[in-house]
Design a protein around this ligand. Structure first.
Ligand code: SF4
Ligand code: SF4
Length: 146
């Protein structure tokens, strides 16, 4: 990240949500759980299919891994990053998420406008499909309700 708002609390490495069954990691957005990342995890509490894990490289609140995986080097870059309480990036990620939601809402508005023109111009359907594909891309994050 270009801006450094990390207060070194270590919370993001202490409670990492993972769906082991579906190999999904909820860290910098929804990511595939790689075997490299999985071997670092120490499972703790479980709620439904989500297991909260700590990382074996976290010592006294600091990372001791000399070869951090890309997921850690980039965190938190995604508007969908899992931000624990007290994280210094909360405001930045919140505003990124709101910007992403605004974009999706705008596409939905445009679809409604295009639909009114649909009968007179067939190219409009292609525009609608294009917008809908972007909205669907963020379905896992709840874009249908934005
Ligand atoms: S939770 Fe946020 S502030 Fe705390 S160590 Fe992780 S990135 Fe830094
Ligand atoms: S490798 Fe370091 S940065 Fe990555 S989860 Fe573990 S302690 Fe955190």
């Amino acid at each position: 990240m270009s801006e450094n708002f990390c207060n070194k609390c270590g919370a993001c490495c202490r409670r990492i949500p993972v769906d082991f069954e579906n190999k999904m990691l909820f860290f910098d957005g929804i990511q595939e759980l790689t075997s490299e990342f999985e071997q670092m995890l120490i499972p703790d509490t479980k709620t439904n299919n989500i297991t909260f894990c700590s990382c074996k490289y976290l010592k006294e609140g600091l990372c001791t891994n000399p070869n951090k995986p890309a997921e850690c080097k980039n965190y938190p870059s995604s508007p969908f990053a899992y931000i624990p309480e007290g994280c210094g990036y909360y405001g930045l990620i919140f505003s990124k998420l709101e910007a992403q939601k605004q974009h999706i809402r705008k596409l939905k508005e445009e679809i409604i406008n295009y639909q009114t023109l649909l009968n007179s111009d067939k190219t409009v359907q292609r525009l609608i499909d294009h917008h809908q594909a972007i909205i669907d891309k963020y379905k896992l994050y709840g874009s249908e309700n934005w």
